[in-house]
Design a protein around this ligand. Structure first.
Ligand SMILES: C[S@@+](CC[C@H](N)C(=O)[O-])C[C@H]1O[C@@H](n2cnc3c(N)ncnc32)[C@H](O)[C@@H]1O
Length: 184
């Protein structure tokens, strides 16, 4: 009897590990990067480059455990995170609740399908192909005064206004010259 209980417990634990692995690392790959959190120093530098504060609205595309969303909200700006992995949505929402942040929101949505026109700043930690593929969407929808801050991977066609420690900061208005060529 006890052997059956041990066996069932083993199956349950193994299933939990497999489901978590798929939810965090395999499922997101269909449309972006798997879950790898930005380190805290990088988050601080990214936020510093975005010049945020009350009255501004910013989003993290693929918000993971919500650390960038929290950092945005702590500047006084309105913070939005888009995340497709259900456990990460649950984790980040509970974090926001615990911190009592009423200017921060996690959307269980695919960022490719979202209207980004209202944002003053976009944060990303995605894959190289995502950065190139999303560039026309940025040109079409973001305000000229908006900034894009990317951890680790650059937008090849754009010129950053700052680039250090593998963080690339872009001003959309300074890169609209690429619009025509990117749409053909
Ligand atoms: C490298 S992690 C970055 C997490 C967080 N932004 C950070 O810097 O700590 C990428 C995240 O994007 C999410 N993701 C991938 N594709 C997505 C999509 N199309 N829409 C929303 N989230 C996505 C993944 O689930 C993962 O949590």
């Amino acid at each position: 009897m006890s052997e059956i209980i041990v066996l069932l417990a083993g199956i349950l634990i193994a299933s939990f590990i497999v489901v978590s692995y798929v939810a965090l690392f395999i499922y997101p790959l269909k449309s972006g990067a798997p879950y790898v959190p930005s380190n805290p120093e990088v988050v601080t530098s990214m936020i510093g480059m975005a010049n945020l504060g009350p009255g501004k609205v910013a989003a993290d595309l693929g918000s993971g455990d919500g650390r960038i969303v929290v950092a945005i909200a702590n500047t006084g700006a309105e913070a939005h995170g888009y995340e497709i992995s259900p456990p990460l949505v649950a984790l980040s929402r509970s974090k926001l609740k615990k911190l009592n942040l009423n200017n921060a929101f996690i959307h269980k949505k695919d960022f490719w399908k979202e209207d980004l026109s209202g944002y003053d700043a976009i944060f990303m930690y995605q894959l190289p192909y995502v950065m190139q593929k999303i560039e026309p969407k940025f040109l079409d929808s973001l305000k000229p005064g908006a900034v894009v801050i990317s951890n680790a991977f650059s937008i090849k066609k754009w010129k950053p206004f700052r680039s250090e420690n593998s963080i690339f900061a872009y001003n959309v208005g300074e890169n609209t010259g690429n619009k025509d060529s990117s749409q053909h």
